[in-house]
Design a protein around this ligand. Structure first.
Ligand code: NIG
Ligand code: ZN
Length: 407
């Protein structure tokens, strides 16, 4: 038997469905939503809403899709407070700090890793996040990468293999690349939907990164790239050439990079999403990624938290959205869209019926439209604009994930 819930008296509804309402956010005022079990069954003006088993009065507040955080690294142990303090005192961020977390993660029990991931996911949910990707990448042995992926796939929506994060301290670079593109990838593949590589000075160069992406493609896995984070490099071009779902960080771009990303979206297919990570840019004292320029060029942009203990120890998507509006010069509608539907596109979870590489059908997220998973975020505010207008305030009033109220 089905169970229906009506949420009505919604002051401002952001649907992300242009056929339902105005602008990029498909906004409707005076709206209602009906949930049937775990899916959205109806969206429209409150005056026309059908009856339901239960009613929730939104009291004129703003309702949006739950955040889709498409880039995190939450399977880890320990923290890097000392490194952060040194950075605030003038040190610059370098890829080598990752090995500190690798040592702590390897030393942790399975239970401790799962409990820490659970704690971080709960924090994210309390801030309105309903879809979470996380990466491996703090294990860097076959056994430690497999257990990271196994733990993660029981808790989050999408797991990405990041064995190519750095060459671990004890390994030879040539041998490690062979491991990561061969036996390690084969062992982790059943638990992940995508493969990522940190293409950067101090991590993996263009040729090594290309081998990682080719190995992933040969196994039918989607790809992502950490690119152009610490300086200009080949990451963006490589991502586009390999048809990666996303290239993330994108802080240092030239005109050719922006053009390549824009071209990837011409012709109607799935291009390469540019994922900006504003909390990471601030925490590493790097220039903010040029999200305004990317949107103006026609690139699909996602906003994600990059939650991790090194460069961005936060899962607050509201903070990222506020920064994108206040400092990257996105409109509130553009920023909310990038943090919801943009993330869904980056994960390949924006359409019904998408089968992940394991053949498992993924739900459609990042929109409030009939058939999508019922992931909703009610703000204690009359409009989404308050996310930037009242930065840092605890505006999450309620969260539903797959039709169940979780906050
Ligand atoms: N840049 C590579 N990986 C992470 C940082 C990981 C770390 O420093 O622990 C990032 O996305 O910023
Ligand atoms: Zn990252």
């Amino acid at each position: 038997m089905t169970h229906t819930q009506l949420i009505d008296n919604i002051g401002e509804l952001t649907t992300n469905d242009p056929s339902l309402g105005a602008g990029i956010g498909g906004r409707i005022s005076g709206a209602a939503v009906v949930i049937e079990d775990n899916r959205i069954a109806w969206v429209g003006p409150a005056s026309q809403a059908p009856a339901a088993d239960e009613r929730f009065d939104a009291a004129g507040r703003a309702l949006l899709p739950g955040w889709v955080d498409s880039h995190t690294h939450l399977v880890f142990a320990g923290d890097r407070t000392a490194e952060f303090e040194a950075r605030m005192a003038g040190e610059s961020y370098a890829a080598g700090g990752i090995n500190v977390t690798v040592a702590a993660t390897r030393a942790a029990s399975d239970e401790a890793l799962a409990a820490n991931l659970d704690r971080l996911v709960t924090e994210a949910r309390h801030g309105g996040t309903t879809t979470l990707e996380t990466k491996t990448g703090y294990g860097l042995t076959v056994a430690d990468e497999v257990r990271s992926a196994q733990i993660a796939c029981q808790i989050v929506d999408a797991v990405t293999f990041l064995g190519a994060h750095v060459v671990p301290a004890e390994a030879d670079p040539v041998d490690y690349l062979a491991l990561v593109t061969g036996p390690m990838l084969d062992a982790v593949a059943p638990y992940v939907t995508a493969v990522d590589v940190f293409c950067e000075a101090g991590a993996f160069d263009r040729a090594a990164s290309a081998r990682v992406l080719e190995a992933a493609g040969a196994r039918g896995l989607a790809t992502r790239v950490h690119g152009n984070q610490l300086g200009h490099g080949p990451g963006v071009q490589l991502a586009v050439e390999h048809g990666a779902l996303s290239v993330d960080h994108v802080g240092f771009l030239d005109d050719a990079d922006v053009a390549a990303l824009a071209d990837s979206w011409r012709g109607g297919g799935h291009g390469t999403v540019a994922t900006v990570l504003p909390a990471c840019d601030l925490s590493t004292r790097m220039p903010l990624a040029p999200a305004r320029q990317l949107l103006d060029a026609g690139v699909t942009v996602a906003i994600a938290s990059n939650g991790n203990p090194g460069t961005s120890y936060t899962s607050s998507m509201a903070f990222c959205v506020a920064t994108a509006v206040l400092q990257m010069r996105l409109t509130i509608q553009e920023a909310v869209h990038a943090a919801t539907r943009g993330g869904a596109i980056a994960l390949g979870m924006h359409e019904d019926g998408w089968l992940d590489p394991r053949g498992i059908a993924q739900p459609r997220v990042g929109v409030i439209a009939e058939g999508a998973r019922a992931d909703l975020h009610l703000l204690d505010a009359p409009a989404a604009t308050h996310l930037a207008y009242r930065p840092g305030m605890p505006l999450t009033a309620a969260v539903w994930r797959a039709g169940t109220r979780i906050v």
